[in-house]
Design a protein around this ligand. Structure first.
Ligand SMILES: *[C@@H]1O[C@H](CO)[C@@H](O)[C@H](O)[C@H]1NC(C)=O
Ligand SMILES: *[C@@H]1O[C@H](CO)[C@@H](O)[C@H](O)[C@H]1NC(C)=O
Ligand SMILES: *[C@@H]1O[C@H](CO)[C@@H](O)[C@H](O)[C@H]1NC(C)=O
Length: 396
């Protein structure tokens, strides 16, 4: 019985924990049906006959207002317009899988802008924020997140990833109603980032903040921060960290005497090259800020199974060139890392070890795995290129 129980509960787990609340998408679909059920719309739907089957909107109205059950779409089979055009559509330069569509209908990118369910679509958006900030949160950290979110103006889209399944409670904060909430239990920041921050989804945003929940922001202003990022040409950055006991790297320590720094000195022997991590081309993963282009690259480097992101900080430099000039720390807008081991508590006690120990071990293991995957990938690339070069030179 014990075995059966364990099995069925592990089988059930994914579906429960994957209860994703992506309000936007539901809203769009729902809005489509609501919109289409208004009779006034019927007159405005001037679908070209011939190219598309003629859709009788009144049938759809019936269907979604609980009316008849009969066929929704009537095709009048008028093929003459299509035949006049000759061949079917095939556009190889379209996005993969969409070659059959006429290019003008393709929307390859999306956004996180909330729309309304009525009125003209062209008048839905009163503003289009150019920046995106995400926090991976548990409700226990609500005070801290409330303070942090208030540091980001209306020029930011706010996206919260909830790892504890508590989403509606956040509505006590006014800003929560314009935020996007994504919920999946016990997942990490990089798990969410890989799944919900695809470069094509976040394409309208100039900069993307992917932040932890335990950052103190009293001395931080997001707009001022971005001014400095632009001024100093930083594609990947983070705010300086207030020197406190838990500081790991010299690079991310705040300097009191400048706006930005891009390199540092570490303990003797730690840096083989002054332009390489951890002495330069390096920020940590707790509070990174990416430009659109840098994120497009970094997203591709994130591994689906390596959820803690350890080692990613050392590899960010692969995505920008020259890395020691485009990666840096903003000193004059700085934060305090409060080191609340929040997700660590979400682990599971195993073999007599505390949950946080299991999480810590997994973090380290992932770091090793990531390093060897990256090294192997580079090796096989250079091998393949070298072999091709050799073939070319022998055949020439
Ligand atoms: C079929 O399409 C042609 C060309 O677009 C048009 O002239 C004709 O009226 C259409 N016939 C019907 C039944 O819709
Ligand atoms: C938001 O962006 C606009 C346009 O760039 C700018 O004028 C405004 O000052 C920004 N808002 C804040 C609070 O900085
Ligand atoms: C091999 O040579 C051909 C013709 O010069 C060239 O088009 C091709 O890119 C070369 N391949 C590599 C891998 O260098």
């Amino acid at each position: 019985m014990g075995i059966n129980n364990t099995r069925s509960s592990t089988n059930r787990k994914p579906s429960e924990s994957m209860r994703l609340i992506v309000t936007t998408f539901v809203g769009i679909v729902f809005g489509f049906f609501i919109g289409i059920s208004f009779p006034s719309l019927t007159a405005k739907l001037n679908l070209p006959t011939g190219l598309l089957p003629t859709i009788d909107v009144s049938y759809i109205e019936d269907k979604y207002t609980g009316g008849s059950e009969h066929s929704v779409v009537k095709n009048n089979n008028n093929k003459s317009a299509q035949n006049q055009l000759g061949d079917k559509i095939w556009v190889p330069s379209n996005p993969r899988g969409a070659e059959r569509l006429p290019p003008a209908i393709i929307e390859a990118e999306s956004d996180y802008y909330l729309r309304r369910l009525w009125g003209k679509p062209s008048e839905d958006l009163t503003s289009k924020p150019k920046y995106l900030v995400t926090f991976t949160v548990g409700y226990d950290q609500k005070k801290n997140i409330d303070a942090a979110v208030k540091k980001f103006s209306e020029n930011f889209t706010i996206l919260l990833f909830h790892y504890d399944g508590r989403t509606t409670e956040w509505d006590e904060f006014e800003w929560s109603k314009r935020a996007i909430h994504v919920s999946a239990r016990k997942q990490t920041k990089w798990w969410y980032a890989k799944r919900f921050l695809h470069p094509d989804i976040v394409a309208p945003y100039d900069y993307i903040f992917i932040w932890d929940e335990d950052l103190g922001v009293e001395h931080f202003n997001a707009e001022e921060y971005l001014k400095l990022v632009k001024k100093h040409g930083l594609e990947i950055s983070q705010p300086g960290l207030e020197p406190n006991s838990g500081l790991t790297w010299q690079m991310t320590k705040r300097r009191g005497d400048r706006e930005v720094h891009k390199e540092t000195e570490e303990k003797p022997g730690w840096c083989s090259d002054p332009h390489l991590p951890p002495c330069a081309a390096f920020v940590e993963i707790m509070a990174p800020v990416f430009s659109r282009d840098a994120w497009r690259c970094v997203w591709h480097m994130i591994q689906n199974d390596l959820v803690h992101g350890w080692g990613l900080d050392f590899a960010l430099r692969k995505c920008v060139e020259p890395a020691h000039e485009k990666i840096g720390v903003v000193d004059s807008q700085w934060i305090i890392h409060q080191s609340v081991p929040s997700l660590g508590k979400q682990g599971e006690a195993q073999d007599g070890k505390a949950p946080w120990q299991g999480v810590r071990e997994r973090c380290k293991k992932e770091w090793t795995m990531f390093q060897s995957r990256l090294a192997n990938a580079e090796n096989s690339y250079f091998k393949a290129v070298g072999a091709a070069d050799m073939l070319n030179s022998t055949s020439a």
